[in-house]
Ligand binder design. Structure first.
Ligand code: SF4
Length: 412
């Protein structure tokens, strides 16, 4: 039996309720921006290059190839791009050499700290002036960094502040990695909460979630280069691929490509609605790839990698939190097999007085209960950082941020 809308005892709110209208392209399809404007591209950095290319570039700059490994150690292990700290390099020409290989990429504009110091939101200015954010969170036994992969986003999801601001440009691989390097330095300097409170010892970022600004799979090549650097034990950050989560709103061809990469990252599909009727409105990319196609690709990811897939589902009051939708989601997941998926409902960060507001506790509980009745493992996801606008779908530079960025000189 297929779940269908119940007798309408519950209201159905839609994105357009508050006057939101879908922008359309020349063919009348929802407007999506896949191509990145070329402006403001950053200089090439060591983290953009493969280990062989790094040796080549070092040689071009007139140094012996083994200097590349020294720079890797300074940058990935010690988190520094400061020539003064690199006393193992010859003093003559050191500054130009280091600057040529490790140009500064991120300027810190603002830092907000909450959860008794255990959560920090950073606002970074990129080359060319674009602004992005990352959120660093200490949990018992792990430290997670939510990174941005694009400045802005071209996917135009109506509930997402980032999407409404459009795509400024793709981030380079090195800009993505630099968020981790900088976060590691902040942790090493003892600025993230109290490390002893949870007995946490590995004082580095242990988990990455690509859930900041941007649709990671729309910036595929650079995101994958960044992931390769994150997991490279010899020439990079040496992180575990399993601790890295790549999420997407459902770019199906890119999901298939990701399945074939042979890097066992955790894959998350931001579904938010199990029926095309609603998802077409909530996630404009659904006009290109429908719910069933996205779920088929997610199932293939599991088959090829053996990694259990996460389905992210922002619970929005009277929009997508109806019991029949939980049943429909359970049925669609079970139709593709058992044990391959779990669901993370995320109570949306409340926007008082808006249609985009959090489900009631009762609706959340009922949604979870119904999914569990279908045998689907379900965990309500923590929305840490919501009091500093740092939870997913809330990362967007405000006017005050823009002003602060203008007043902040670029780091050298
Ligand atoms: S929800 Fe994600 S994909 Fe959609 S507009 Fe926001 S950042 Fe982009």
């Amino acid at each position: 039996m297929t779940a269908t809308p119940e007798t309408p005892t519950r209201t159905q709110v839609r994105p357009k309720t508050e006057g939101w209208t879908q922008k359309k392209d020349a063919e009348g399809r929802p407007l999506l921006q896949f191509a990145s404007p070329k402006r403001g591209k950053p200089p090439v950095h060591l983290a953009d290059l493969s280990p062989a290319q790094r040796v080549e570039k070092v040689t071009e700059l007139g140094m012996p190839g083994f200097r590349a490994a020294q720079l890797e150690k300074h940058y990935f292990v010690h988190g520094t791009h400061d020539p003064a700290a690199m006393t193992d390099l010859p003093a003559a020409g050191r500054e130009e050499f280091v600057h040529g290989m490790l140009p500064p990429l991120l300027t810190e504009v603002r830092r907000l700290q909450t959860d008794r110091g255990d959560t920090i939101k950073f606002l970074w200015k990129l080359h060319g002036g674009a602004l992005v954010e990352s959120v660093l969170m200490r949990y018992p036994g792990r430290i997670t960094l939510c990174v941005s992969s694009q400045a802005g986003c071209g996917m135009n999801c109506p509930f997402c502040a980032t999407g409404q601001a459009g795509l400024t440009r793709n981030m380079s691989a090195a800009e993505i990695v630099a968020q981790v390097v900088r976060a590691n330095r902040v942790i090493a300097e003892g600025q993230l909460g109290d490390p002893r409170e949870f007995g946490h010892e590995g004082e580095r970022v242990s988990n990455i979630v690509f859930m900041g600004m941007g649709e990671p799979l729309a910036n595929y090549a650079r995101v994958m280069q960044a992931v390769r650097v994150m997991v490279d034990k010899k020439h990079g950050l040496g992180m575990s691929a399993r601790g890295i989560t790549i999420s997407t709103v459902g770019l199906v061809p890119a999901i298939r490509k990701l399945s074939d990469e042979g890097i066992p990252v955790t894959f998350a599909l931001s579904l938010h609605a199990p029926d095309d009727e609603l998802r077409d409105e909530m996630i404009p990319v659904n006009s290109r790839w429908k719910v069933d196609e996205a779920l088929d690709a997610a199932r293939e990811y599991f088959e090829k990698t053996g990694r259990r897939v996460s389905i992210e589902y922002a619970l929005i009051k009277d929009m997508n939190d109806h019991g029949w939708r939980a049943d429909l989601l359970g049925e669609k997941l079970n139709a593709r097999g058992r044990g391959w998926v779990h669901v993370n409902p995320i109570p949306l960060n409340p926007t008082p007085g808006s249609v985009w507001t959090a489900s009631t506790r009762a609706a959340q509980d009922e949604f979870v209960r119904r999914l569990e009745a279908h045998g689907i493992p379900t965990t309500i996801r923590d929305t840490r950082g919501k009091d500093i606008d740092g939870a997913c779908g809330q990362l967007v530079a405000t006017e005050a941020d823009q002003d602060a960025a203008q007043a902040t000189p670029a780091e050298v």
